[in-house]
Design a protein around this ligand. Structure first.
Ligand SMILES: CC(=O)SCCNC(=O)CCNC(=O)[C@H](O)C(C)(C)COP(=O)(O)OP(=O)(O)OC[C@H]1O[C@@H](n2cnc3c(N)ncnc32)[C@H](O)[C@@H]1OP(=O)(O)O
Ligand SMILES: CC(=O)C(=O)O
Length: 524
């Protein structure tokens, strides 16, 4: 297998994405994880840009990385300054990274409009910046910014810029699709032409503005490119960069190109989620390979087939990237979905058992009323138990009342809930306040039940989503509440539907508590 080197720029181009900003400590933590994954180069930032990036290069030196090399990023020198006097170049050298990558202009239009210098002067900028850096850094890479647009506009000049870099003896020239508008067939044609004229090893850095960044990068590798740049989860300027979470499995599984080991690739999903977490961005569940939905099967026909052979509806084994097969339950389910879920919940259910069809019919009817079980598997498990007669009634709610009161224009509203429950032979009547009516009801339910079931103290409400269902959908316009709860070990989702938002919330809260009690009993 031929080796392709991965160059991660999550910490530089990734932070150019809207809404993403990483602390120095976060950058160091991500760099450690990238190193563990086996990424060969980690671009840490632009030290000439800000103090945070300068601090990163200082701090990362204290880390004992297993194999990754750290690269510092910057630009060619400014016009009319020699490299040794150019602040950006001097700061790059001071960062003492294992490699330095600078970008320079390829597109004549950019030279004229962005830099406002002559085409000849730009060639000098490229050559003497790189030639100077080669004397001061172990490895030097050249990012040919806007290479594909530049080549399409003026191929002779674009090649001259690469030749300037080649004469400076750089270690790799990276062809950049900076504006992300190049199509895969153009990439293939242009790279073939470049390879006839440039002998320096080539790399690719593709942006995703036309959704082709991964395809363009893979095409480039197919044509013999040896370095692929990208970011975890595709974070990057505008629409992002080529997503390494897709590129890595594609290289290894589809193209037989070695880049990281099989064992390292099993941590890809974990790394993807780690980066989402530190960037404070919700994971994209539909993300290829590593997303929650990447191997989630919803249609009954699909579920039936994957149970016979997973490859019927899966292009690869999800475990290879640390993901897993999931079966969803909805009104698109068939008996196979119900049986798969029963197995997952350790419930004995036979395909010929009439209860299977009863559960299926029940789901379809409830989804028509606005329930949604995809995000509420705990409610579904309880529903199954009820249908099978294995549901245990831990408590009975005899009634509740919620009061929301505002005592003056400038006063905050007060919310209070009272609830009456029966547990065994005992009746408990409890009141509680809350920061809103749902919170007050939640507090009252727990206060009443915690006395009998102390384990409920562990339960935390993690997420609460309300959706007003449009009139005309199903039989009535109503509200759906989805709740995510959790304890020290796990998380679970429950659902409630009613034309009264408090009642919908009540149903989801009660299911959440009921589920916790069943799980605790099963564990005991
Ligand atoms: C394709 C890419 O993604 S490249 C990476 C882009 N990333 C960033 O821009 C993030 C970090 N950038 C920064 O912190 C700042 O822009 C800095 C520190 C680099 C420069 O800040 P300033 O000196 O205030 O300049 P400003 O940002 O307004 O303009 C960019 C300058 O870089 C110059 N420049 C742009 N590309 C190059 C290049 N390849 N070589 C040399 N100079 C360049 C521009 O001509 C302009 O300089 P001028 O105003 O003297 O003509
Ligand atoms: C260098 C770089 O980030 C680009 O050309 O997009």
């Amino acid at each position: 297998m031929s080796l392709v080197k991965l160059y991660d720029t999550t910490l530089r181009d990734g932070t150019q994405a809207e809404d993403i900003s990483l602390l120095v400590e976060d950058k160091v933590r991500i760099a450690r994880k990238l190193d563990e994954l086996g990424i060969q180069y980690i671009e840490g930032g632009w030290p000439g840009s800000n103090p945070k990036d300068v601090a990163f290069f200082k701090d990362i030196k204290k880390e004992k990385l297993r194999q990754a090399k750290i690269a510092a990023f910057g630009s060619t020198r400014r016009a009319k300054v020699t490299p040794d006097k150019d602040n950006n170049i001097v700061t790059l050298i001071k960062a003492e990274a294992d490699a330095i990558t600078i970008f320079g202009k390829t597109w004549d239009f950019h030279v004229r409009e962005a830099l406002r210098i002559s085409l000849e002067e730009n060639l000098e900028l490229i050559y003497d910046s790189l030639e100077y850096l080669k004397k001061h850094a172990p490895e030097v890479f050249y990012d040919a910014e806007h290479f594909f647009d530049g080549y399409k506009a003026n191929p002779d000049y674009a090649i001259k810029t690469l030749k300037a870099a080649e004469e400076a003896n750089v270690d790799c020239i990276i062809l950049c699709d900076t504006n992300g508008g190049t199509m895969p067939f153009e990439v293939a044609e242009i790279i073939k032409a470049v390879k006839e004229q440039i002998k320096t090893p080539l790399g690719i850095h593709a942006h995703n503005d036309s959704e082709c960044a991964v395809a363009n990068s893979l095409h480039a590798v197919d044509l013999g490119i040896v370095q692929v740049q990208g970011t975890i989860n595709g974070f990057g300027e505008r629409c992002g960069n080529a997503n390494l979470c897709s590129i890595i499995p594609a290289l290894k599984i589809k193209m037989a190109k070695e880049c990281i080991s099989d064992e390292q690739m099993r941590h890809l999903r974990e790394l993807s989620r780690f980066v989402y977490e530190l960037a404070n961005i919700s994971p994209d569940k539909h993300q290829a390979y590593v997303g929650n939905s990447a191997f989630a099967h919803k249609g009954g026909v699909h579920v039936s087939a994957i149970q016979r052979h997973p490859e019927t509806y899966e292009h690869m084994r999800p475990e290879r990237v640390g993901n897993c097969t999931r079966v969803l339950v909805s009104d698109l389910s068939g008996r196979s979905n119900i049986l798969a879920k029963a197995e997952e919940f350790n419930i004995n259910l036979d395909s010929k058992d009439p209860v299977t069809l009863e559960i299926l019919d029940n789901i379809k009817e409830m989804e028509n009323r606005g329930y949604q079980f995809e995000g509420a598997e705990a409610s579904f498990e309880l529903l199954m138990k009820k249908a099978l007669g294995t549901h245990r009634k831990f408590f009975t709610v005899l009634g509740f009342r919620v009061i929301d009161e505002k005592r003056g224009e400038d006063q905050k509203p007060l919310a209070e809930a009272t609830i009456m429950v029966r547990v065994g032979g005992k009746v408990e009547h409890t009141a509680a306040e809350g920061s809103g009516p749902v919170n007050a009801l939640d507090n009252a339910i727990r206060k009443a039940l915690e006395k009998f079931y102390p384990k409920l103290k562990e339960v935390k409400l993690l997420d609460y989503k309300v959706r007003v269902l449009p009139a005309g959908q199903g039989t009535a316009s109503s509200t759906r509440v989805l709740i995510e709860s959790g304890d020290r070990h796990t998380r679970w989702g429950t659902v409630g539907v009613s034309d009264n938002i408090i009642d919908a919330s009540y149903q989801a809260l009660i299911d959440s508590i009921d589920f916790k009690l069943h799980k605790s009993e099963e564990q005991e």
